[in-house]
Design a protein around this ligand. Structure first.
Ligand code: AMP
Length: 428
C-alpha cells in the first residue's frame, strides 16, 4: 500500500527479488476496497505452477462469477474482481496453463488489460474490444509490457506495437508469440483515456494524447466562442486543452491557478469532506494576474463538479470580473463500469442537472461542454460520431455500453453500497 518509491526501496526490496522477469501494478482500486489483500498482482499456486496476474480495468460480471464460484466451493482471498480470473483458471480442465487462461478469458466480461506471469512466461492480454490500453516495448533483447508508451520512454525502451484487442501475447526466452482466440471484433478503445486517463506524453492508437487534448480545446473554442481576457487551465489536466483553446480563440493562455505538486489526486479521497479540503490544498489563485480580468477556465472533464465549484470561487475571490467554464469533453451522464471510476449516477453532475442548473450550481457566468460530435471531429472523424459504428467506447457520454453489464442487470447499480458492503467489510 502507498507509493512505489516508499515500498520498493532498493536495499530492502528490489535487491532481494530473485529471477529475471517481473510484473507489477500501480493503481487505486476501483472494484473492491483499498485494502492490502486487494493489492495486485494476485498470485495463486495452480496445478501448472505459480500464476500471478495484474488487471487494469473492471469486469462487468465479476460479482456474478464470484457468486457462482463461491457456490461451487472456491475460496476468495480478496474482494477484487480480478481474483475470479485466477479461480477460473484453477477450475479449468484444459491441457495447459495458456489453454486454461484462455478458458477463463472466455468467461469474463468487461474491460481488461492483463499482465500475467508464470515460471516461464510473461503474458499480456487485451479484452476483445481493447477498452483499456496495453503496449509492447523492447529494451535490448527484452520485451516489456506497459499500459502506456510513456513508461517505455522513461526507461529508455523502444515502442514495438500495441497489444491488439482480443490478443494474447506470450513472451518467453525464445521470443514473442501472438494468440487470437476470440472471434474478430472491431476495437473500441475507451475515449476517456484521451480525455483524462492517459498521460499526455503517451501515444495511443498512434495518436499523441497531448495533441489530441489540444485538438479538443481548439474544437471547444470553435463550438462555444467567448470574449475573455485570459484562458486559464485547471492544472494539470486542463493544460493541453487550454493551450488549444487559447490558440483557436486568440486569447492569451496564462497560469491563473498554481498547483501544489506535493499533494495527491483528490479523487482517491473516500470522503467528500476530505476531498473538498484537498481541492483547496491543491490549487491557489495567481491573484495579481487574475484581478479585474474576465477569465475562461478550461478543464478536461467535470465529474461531480467539486473541482469546478472550488476553482470558480477561487477566481472570484481573487477578483476576476467574469468567470466562464469550458469543459473539453461532453457532459458525463452515465456511470462507468470499465475502470474509470466515475461514480454512481446520482453523483454525476451532468446526469442530474440541465446545463443551466449546472451553470448555477458551479456559479459561473457561462458554462459549455464539448459536443460528442466535436470530440470525434477533434480526433479526425470528420463527420462526428457514427452511431452505427462508433469508433470509441464513449458510454460515459452516450450510455452506449459496448459489453454486457451482467452484474448491473441484476441490480440498479454495480457500486451500490448495499451490494458491495458485504464484500468490502474487512473481516480479519
Ligand atoms: P469533479 O471534481 O468530481 O468534477 O472531477 C473532475 C476533475 O477530476 C477534473 O479536474 C478531472 O481532471 C478529474 N477527473 C476526471 N475523471 C477522473 C477520474 N476518473 N479519476 C480521477 N480524476 C478524474
Amino acid at each position: 500500500m502507498g507509493l512505489v518509491s516508499e515500498n520498493f526501496t532498493k536495499a530492502s526490496v528490489l535487491n532481494r527479488l530473485p529471477g529475471n522477469s517481473a510484473i507489477g501494478h500501480v493503481r487505486y482500486s476501483t472494484m473492491g476496497g483499498t485494502v492490502l489483500r486487494n493489492v495486485q498482482p494476485l498470485f495463486a499456486d495452480l496445478a501448472g505452477g505459480g500464476f500471478a496476474v495484474a488487471h487494469n480495468g473492471n469486469l462487468t460480471n465479476g460479482l456474478t462469477l464470484r457468486e457462482d464460484l463461491v457456490e461451487r466451493g472456491s475460496i476468495f482471498q480478496s474482494t477484487s474482481d480480478t481474483e475470479a480470473i485466477l479461480q477460473l483458471i484453477a477450475r479449468s480442465n484444459k491441457e495447459n496453463t495458456i489453454a486454461r487462461f484462455i478458458d477463463a478469458l472466455f468467461q469474463i466480461e468487461g474491460a481488461y488489460a492483463l499482465v500475467a506471469l508464470t515460471n516461464k512466461k510473461l503474458i499480456g492480454v487485451r479484452d476483445p474490444l481493447g477498452i483499456r490500453p496495453l503496449v509492447i516495448g523492447k529494451l535490448d533483447e527484452y520485451f516489456i509490457l506497459a499500459s502506456e508508451t510513456c513508461a517505455l520512454d522513461i526507461i529508455g525502451a523502444s515502442f514495438v506495437r500495441e497489444v491488439e484487442n482480443g490478443e494474447i501475447v506470450v513472451i518467453t526466452k525464445d521470443g514473442i508469440e501472438s494468440i487470437k482466440p476470440f472471434p474478430f471484433r472491431k476495437a473500441r478503445p475507451c475515449v476517456f483515456e484521451y480525455i483524462y486517463f492517459s498521460r499526455p506524453d503517451s501515444s495511443l492508437g498512434g495518436v499523441s494524447v497531448y495533441e489530441c487534448r489540444k485538438a479538443f480545446g481548439r474544437q471547444l473554442a470553435l463550438e462555444t466562442p467567448i470574449e475573455a481576457d485570459l484562458v486559464i487551465p485547471v492544472p494539470d489536466s486542463g493544460v493541453p486543452a487550454a493551450i488549444g483553446f487559447a490558440e483557436a480563440s486568440n486569447i492569451p493562455f496564462e497560469l491563473g491557478i498554481i498547483r501544489n505538486h506535493y499533494v495527491g489526486r483528490t479523487f482517491i479521497e473516500p470522503q467528500q469532506s476530505i476531498r473538498e479540503f484537498s481541492v483547496k490544498l491543491k490549487h491557489n489563485a495567481n491573484r495579481i494576474l487574475v484581478e479585474g480580468k474576465r477569465v475562461v477556465l478550461i478543464d478536461d472533464s467535470v465529474v461531480r463538479g467539486t473541482t469546478s465549484i472550488k476553482i470558480v470561487r477561487m477566481m472570484r475571490d481573487a477578483g476576476a470580473t467574469e468567470v466562464h467554464l469550458r469543459v473539453a469533453s461532453p457532459p458525463i451522464k452515465y456511470p462507468d463500469f470499465y475502470g474509470i471510476d466515475t461514480p454512481v449516477r446520482d453523483q454525476l453532475l451532468a446526469a442530474n442537472k440541465s446545463l443551466m442548473e449546472m451553470q448555477d450550481f458551479i456559479g459561473v457566468d457561462s458554462l459549455a461542454f464539448l459536443t460528442v460530435d466535436g470530440l470525434y471531429k477533434a480526433m479526425g472523424h470528420e463527420n462526428g460520431r457514427d452511431p452505427e459504428n462508433p469508433f470509441y467506447t464513449d458510454h460515459c457520454f452516450t450510455g452506449d455500453y459496448p459489453t454486457k453489464l451482467r452484474d448491473i442487470d441484476r441490480v440498479d447499480d454495480i457500486r451500490q453500497p448495499s451490494l458491495l458492503s458485504e464484500l468490502e467489510k474487512d473481516n480479519d
